[in-house]
Design a protein around this ligand. Structure first.
Ligand SMILES: NC(=O)c1ccc[n+]([C@@H]2O[C@H](COP(=O)([O-])OP(=O)(O)OC[C@H]3O[C@@H](n4cnc5c(N)ncnc54)[C@H](OP(=O)(O)O)[C@@H]3O)[C@@H](O)[C@H]2O)c1
Length: 278
């Protein structure tokens, strides 16, 4: 699995990771899927205090292999006061049965002043409970505010909505992150289950490229979504076979004309007024 430097952290992280939202159905199956993903090299696991039972499930999946995982969790904005961030992190660490997070993110911009949230993150970093911190669902204005508070080299990543049918981040957020050395983690790479139908024009383009590479349309999508330097993606699956399939996407080498065909089939569209998020 190809690693990329994760923003300013100096850590190499696989370009494809594992999401955990709505992973709380069949617990044993979810644990097995996460472990199959880890075995296949998907060692970046993304979770959040908001994802119900996901943190305990991740804790079970990574038991005994914590050092091989790049573990990310998120604080909800309502908990993101200076003291609230620290308390929320402690709760997440307990649920995850670990002593540290590799990155801890503010889930989306909220009501607490960003200075406070960042002060909480820095306190957690000084205590060794998190190795880096980042943000999620931040548009360029929010990113500029975070940069002004924290200074260069402090924001590890910005996790944002990014899939074939939602490419808004390519207008300004991705260029901003690239020029400031902030990792861009795309979430919901399969449209959160709303993947282009096989019979749609875009679905047919995906199928044709997948066939040429003896792979699947989902794998082609992951490859396309991580084509730019500094980008990562975190598909979620509760199935071991699909975790392995998602990991194989890393080996696909799309030709320039295949990228162009995907670009045309799933156009970026105009820049929306607000950054789309789920
Ligand atoms: N920061 C944020 O605000 C935010 C928001 C949303 C999501 N996220 C993160 O991003 C992660 C991914 O996004 P998501 O969960 O919304 O959705 P997603 O990864 O876009 O799509 C998940 C769906 O795709 C299916 N799937 C996965 N691999 C597949 C494959 N190889 N072939 C066919 N179907 C496949 C899954 O079904 P099965 O499980 O049945 O395989 C599930 O229905 C989340 O889990 C979460 O960690 C972050």
């Amino acid at each position: 699995m190809r690693n990329r430097e994760f923003g300013p952290t100096g850590r190499g992280v696989p370009v494809i990771g594992q999401g955990t939202w709505r992973l709380d159905g069949d617990r044993a199956g979810a644990v097995a899927a996460l472990r199959a993903g880890l075995d296949a090299g998907l060692s970046h696991i993304d979770t959040a205090e908001m994802y119900g039972e996901a943190e305990p499930i991740v804790g079970e999946a990574i038991a005994g292999r914590r050092d091989g995982v790049f573990l990310v969790s998120k604080v909800v904005p309502g908990n993101a006061s200076r003291a609230g961030v620290v308390a929320a992190c402690d709760r997440s660490l307990r649920r995850l049965r670990t002593d540290r997070l590799d990155a801890y993110l503010l889930h989306w911009p909220g009501q607490h002043p960003l200075e406070e949230t960042i002060a909480g993150f820095e306190a957690l970093k000084a205590a060794g409970k998190i190795l880096s911190w980042g943000v999620s669902n931040f548009d360029v204005e929010d990113l500029a505010e975070a940069l002004a508070i924290a200074g260069p080299g402090a924001i590890a990543c910005n996790q944002v909505l990014y899939h074939l049918q939602e490419r808004a981040i390519e207008h300004a957020v991705l260029p901003w992150c690239r020029s400031h050395g902030v990792a861009l983690v795309g979430y919901s790479p399969f449209g959160s289950g709303d993947f282009p139908h096989a019979d749609s024009p875009g679905g047919r383009v995906l199928a044709g490229i997948a066939q040429a590479h003896a792979t699947t349309p989902h794998a082609v999508a992951l490859t396309f979504l991580t084509r730019e330097a500094g980008t990562f993606t975190i598909p979620k699956t509760g199935r071991a076979d699909r975790a392995i399939e998602n990991a194989r996407a890393d080996g696909i080498d799309l030709a320039a004309e295949e990228r162009a065909a995907l670009d045309a089939a799933f156009p970026r569209g105009p820049r929306p007024r607000h950054l789309p998020m789920l």
